[in-house]
Design a protein around this ligand. Structure first.
Ligand SMILES: Nc1ncnc2c1ncn2[C@@H]1O[C@H](COP(=O)(O)OP(=O)(O)O)[C@@H](O)[C@H]1O
Ligand SMILES: Cc1cn([C@H]2C[C@H](O)[C@@H](COP(=O)(O)O)O2)c(=O)[nH]c1=O
Length: 288
């Protein structure tokens, strides 16, 4: 669908002038990125700080466009949402829940790659000897996360588990601050990360933070029983928790790349599913 058609559609439906729709589009947290296949105009989600005060009218247009044109091939609009949270906080379960909805594409964290890279297990190696293998794992995590961020999506909304941001701001930072990553390794990873930020567009429109207590995660981690993680003590989850809180709640450590929706996640699964339903609209809108 071309941009003029979108403008025409909303002009007719809302009985507002075409310039008003165009103004709403211009003020929106999406931008015309490129001409997609078959001449379709692609609007790629791109949240920008200076445009936080997006008009309500446009947001309605945005959300209902997803509903009205659900099956557009190579959809013209795309929202990227990252699900963040501590280890075993319930991110995968959340993804599986929303994955049942049509028009939402979910991208699970590529843990299987981190556990098996040409027969090697960088995740296990890192837990066994973080000072030796932290750089190895985190270099690969950064690459695989970037790969997921730039993958072309065909659905209007993508839910991605974690992000290149949390890999750097939480896990690399934790290794470094706890004295398990040499300064030179941290400097190399930081140079790579900064280069990516300067040269590659990594769009995120909303961060959904599943906020749990470290104790809850510890219990769920033991229940999940992933072999590599059996060495993780409660203190490790407490450090990850604090880094997440400083980044997304207090916003005192690193730049937050998108608005944050906080969902308390210590509850049982049924209560979590109820909360996901309550927040479904906000999540689809890609903002608070
Ligand atoms: N709300 C919940 N209450 C109890 N157990 C949960 C809840 N959500 C997930 N779990 C269980 O906890 C473990 C970790 O959940 P998972 O979704 O894999 O977390 P993450 O992807 O954040 O690491 C899994 O065994 C899962 O079945
Ligand atoms: C992003 C990231 C993850 N890890 C580790 C932490 C966990 O052991 C797994 C991810 O599992 P989760 O249940 O999805 O939290 O990978 C890491 O060491 N470094 C990272 O950057």
């Amino acid at each position: 669908m071309s941009l003029p058609s979108i403008v025409g559609f909303w002009t007719n439906l809302l009985q507002i002038s075409a310039p008003a729709v165009r103004v709403a589009l211009r003020r929106a947290p999406v931008r015309v990125e490129s001409a997609g296949p078959c001449g379709q105009t692609r609007l790629l989600g791109s949240w920008m700080q200076k445009q936080q005060s997006t008009s309500r009218q446009f947001r309605l247009i945005l959300v209902y466009t997803v509903g009205v044109f659900p099956n557009q091939e190579a959809c013209f609009m795309h929202l990227g949402i990252c699900i963040e949270g501590n280890i075993a906080s319930g991110k995968t379960t959340c993804l599986e829940y929303f994955g049942k909805t049509s028009n939402i594409e979910v991208i699970a964290e590529p843990v299987h790659k981190w556990r098996n890279l040409k027969g090697h297990n960088p995740l296990a190696l890192m837990y066994q000897d973080p000072a030796r293998w932290g750089l190895t794992l985190q270099t690969y995590v950064q690459l695989t996360m970037l790969d997921q961020h730039v993958t072309t999506m065909t659905s209007p909304v993508t839910l991605m588990e974690r992000s290149i941001y949390s890999a750097k701001y939480i896990f690399v930072e934790n290794l470094y601050r706890s004295g398990k990553m040499p300064e030179v390794d941290y400097a190399v990873l930081s140079e790579w990360f900064d280069w990516i930020m300067r040269n590659i567009h990594v769009p995120v429109d909303l961060i959904v933070y599943l906020q749990t207590s470290p104790q809850t995660c510890y219990e769920r981690l033991i229940e999940r029983c992933r072999e590599e993680e059996q060495v993780i003590p409660l203190e490790y989850l407490e450090m990850i928790h604090q880094l997440y809180e400083d980044w997304l709640i207090h916003q005192t450590s690193f730049k937050v790349p998108a608005p944050v929706l906080v969902i308390p996640a210590d509850h049982d699964v049924q209560k979590m599913f109820c909360q996901y339903e309550e927040h479904r609209g906000k999540i689809l809108m890609g903002s608070k």
